[in-house]
Ligand binder design. Structure first.
Ligand code: HEC
Length: 125
C-alpha cells in the first residue's frame, strides 16, 4: 500500500475512535434523539441501569444518592435543573473522582430522564 493511503486509513481510524470515545453533543443530539416524555425517560433509566446505583421512586440501590431526594431538593433550589443537566451531560466534568459513568446522553434523553425522575419523586412511595 502506498504511504499516503496508510496515512489516510490511520487518520480515519483515529477519527472514528474519537467519535466513539467522546462523541460531541451535536452528534449525540442526532444519533440519540428521543421523544422527551417521562415514559421514554423511564425506559432510558432501565436501559442505562440507573437503579443499579440509585434509588428512584423508592426502588433501587444506594451506591449513589437517592434521586427522589436529590430531585425534590433541586426543584426548590434550582427550578431549571441546571446542575442536574450539567451532571448528566458529563459527571466527571463536575466531580473527577465519581463512580458514575458518562452515558453520553443527548439533550432530549436528559430532558426525558429528568421528567421521569420528577414524576417518580412526586409520587408517594
Ligand atoms: C455505577 C453507579 C452509577 C450509575 C449506574 C449511575 N449513577 Fe448517578 N451517581 C452515582 C454516584 C456515586 C453519584 C454521586 C456523586 C459522587 O459522589 O460520585 C451519582 C450522582 C448522580 C446525580 C447527582 C446527584 C446530586 O447529588 O446532585 C444524578 C442526577 C445522577 N447520578 C443520575 C443518574 C442517572 C439518571 C443514571 C442513569 C442514566 C445514573 N445516575 C447512573 C453512581 C451511578
Amino acid at each position: 500500500m502506498p504511504k499516503g493511503v496508510v496515512a489516510i486509513v490511520v487518520v480515519l481510524v483515529m477519527v472514528v475512535l474519537w467519535l466513539v470515545v467522546s462523541p460531541p453533543r451535536s452528534l449525540l443530539n442526532i444519533t440519540k434523539s428521543v421523544e422527551p416524555t417521562a415514559i421514554v425517560g423511564g425506559e432510558l433509566t432501565e436501559q442505562y441501569g440507573c437503579r443499579g446505583c440509585h434509588r428512584i421512586g423508592g426502588e433501587g440501590a444506594l451506591k449513589g444518592p437517592d434521586l427522589d431526594e436529590v430531585v425534590r431538593r433541586q426543584i426548590e433550589a434550582d427550578p431549571a435543573q441546571v446542575t442536574l443537566r450539567l451532571w448528566l451531560r458529563d459527571p466527571r466534568a463536575i466531580k473527577s473522582s465519581t463512580a458514575m459513568p458518562n452515558f453520553h446522553l443527548s439533550d432530549s434523553e436528559i430532558e426525558a430522564i429528568l421528567l421521569y425522575l420528577q414524576e417518580e419523586a412526586a409520587s408517594p412511595e
